[in-house]
Design a protein. Structure first.
Length: 194
């Protein structure tokens, strides 16, 4: 982790308070954003950052603070934005978990499970089911081994195929992110959103 590109919640709060043009971009799923987000943040899910990367880099005006649940997805977004030519972005170290733990204010909505929690439940469930199923269907344990290998790969590459698949489920879409409105905020100083 590049510590120059990651800031703690206290520094993030000071940055937001000192500069109204800081754009707080939450790259979590719409459902996670709906559960709790920083006031004034826009929701631009990581998959939308990928799709609209050129437009974001071209339109960006000012400093950007990237946020996700624990820091992994925001770090991925930061890497992509920097590689595409947008160096003036920072990541909230520890994500919303750290923000909430620090006692910083949040806008709360309908409570849902975070994507990371869903991945742990699904992966654990597949491993458990494959071990139990192996009692009757020899070889079923290899499904658990496959999931374990996927988790190791996810940890080494800081990506998660299962998380990307789960993010597409209707449960994680919530009311949906207004991508056009979020992209409009990228280029507009003096941003105001809920």
């Amino acid at each position: 982790m590049n510590t120059d590109s990651h800031i703690d919640p206290a520094t993030a709060r000071a940055l937001i308070a000192a500069n109204q043009d800081v754009l707080v971009v939450d790259v979590r799923t719409p459902a996670e954003f709906e559960t709790a987000h920083i006031s004034g943040a826009i929701n631009l899910p990581l998959d939308q950052v990928d799709i609209h990367l050129r437009r974001i880099v071209t339109d960006a005006g000012g400093r950007m603070l990237l946020i996700c649940q624990s820091g992994g997805r925001a770090t991925q977004a930061h890497r992509k934005l920097c590689d595409a030519g947008l160096p003036d972005a920072v990541v909230l170290a520890g994500g919303m978990n750290a923000w909430i733990a620090s006692g910083a204010p949040v806008v709360r909505g309908r409570q849902r499970w975070s994507l990371e929690r869903q991945v742990r439940v699904v992966a654990g469930g597949i491993v458990l089911a494959s071990i139990v199923a192996d009692l009757w269907l020899p070889g079923a344990r290899f499904a658990g081994a496959f999931v374990g290998a996927g988790l190791v790969f996810a940890g080494l590459t800081d990506t998660c195929a299962m998380g990307m698949l789960l993010a597409r489920l209707p449960y994680n879409r919530g009311t949906g992110a207004d991508v056009d409105a979020a992209l409009a905020c990228v280029r507009r100083p003096g941003r105001t959103t809920a």
